[in-house]
Ligand binder design. Structure first.
Ligand SMILES: [Zn+2]
Length: 264
């Protein structure tokens, strides 16, 4: 697992699996852990990484409810969980879904965990109004809606560090992925909403893949808008972004084609 400091108050760790990112953000005596790495040893070492950097983690935030992002409680079992209202609704509507998907993943890859995934009791989960703000130490994080990949989601803007943590958007390794309850038009709207933040960003942390500088993130945003517009117009014939045309990306594209056709 890789850990990179983007700012004295922002550290990003990247999982060896799917390059899933987890962002630690601090203000004064309080730090939050946004999303999570995937593998058990990475989750085990995360508290010491935070401690060494003097980040006192007092809460977890989720960009969305996909199982690969929600494992922070393995690292910080007592931390309260903050989620966008859309994610709170998804967790209510699909109880146990993340746990089932995690079990299937662990079965397939022979991964052993110290115990079942706990997303905690409802009273330790706070539904955050999005768009909105979330206090941390003496400062505030900005929360922006980010749906389309899934039906839920938020992007977190860290104003004093000029870092955008955007969840499963703007990935240098993955094309836009319209999952089961996602929507290509909502995805496009999210990209347009994120554009002004990307423009001000020193760093953009995608849900999967390396941290981007603002210029690179803006280029990916342009490619992703072009891909989605072509997907809506031409379906299967839409060209994939040049650097993201592997077999795995073509499979995601085929899935997207089916979703867009089903949505019409
Ligand atoms: Zn993901």
């Amino acid at each position: 697992m890789k850990a990179v400091g983007l700012h004295p108050d922002v550290v990003v760790v990247t999982s060896r699996f799917w390059q899933t990112t987890c962002t630690l953000v601090r203000s004064g005596e309080e730090a939050f852990c946004i999303d999570s790495p995937v593998l058990p040893d990475e989750l085990e070492i995360l508290p010491s990484i935070a401690e060494q950097a003097r980040f006192r983690v007092v809460g977890l935030l989720l960009t969305h409810a996909d199982f690969d992002h929600v494992l922070g409680r393995y690292a910080f079992p007592d931390a309260p969980l903050g989620v966008p209202e859309s994610t709170a609704a998804r967790l209510r509507n699909e109880p146990g879904a993340a746990q089932r998907e995690l079990r299937a993943f662990d079965d397939e890859h022979y991964v052993e965990r110290p115990g079942p995934l706990s997303l905690g009791r409802p009273e330790t989960t706070q539904a955050l109004p999005v768009p909105g703000h979330c206090g941390i130490g003496e400062r505030e994080l900005e929360l922006h809606p980010a749906d389309g990949h899934t039906e839920d989601g938020m992007a977190v803007w860290i104003p004093w560090a000029r870092v955008l943590v955007c969840g499963d958007y703007l990935s240098p390794v993955e094309i836009p992925w319209i999952s089961e309850h996602g929507s290509a038009t909502a995805y496009l709207a999210t990209l347009r909403r994120l554009a002004p933040l990307v423009e001000q960003a020193d760093h953009v942390v995608p849900g999967h893949g390396a941290v981007l500088d603002g210029t690179r993130a803006a280029a990916i945003l342009g490619e992703d808008v072009a891909y989605l517009e072509a997907l809506l117009e031409r379906g299967a014939d839409a060209p994939l972004p040049l650097a993201r045309r592997s077999g795995a990306q073509r499979r995601i594209h085929a899935e997207n084609v089916g979703r867009v056709a089903a949505a019409v």
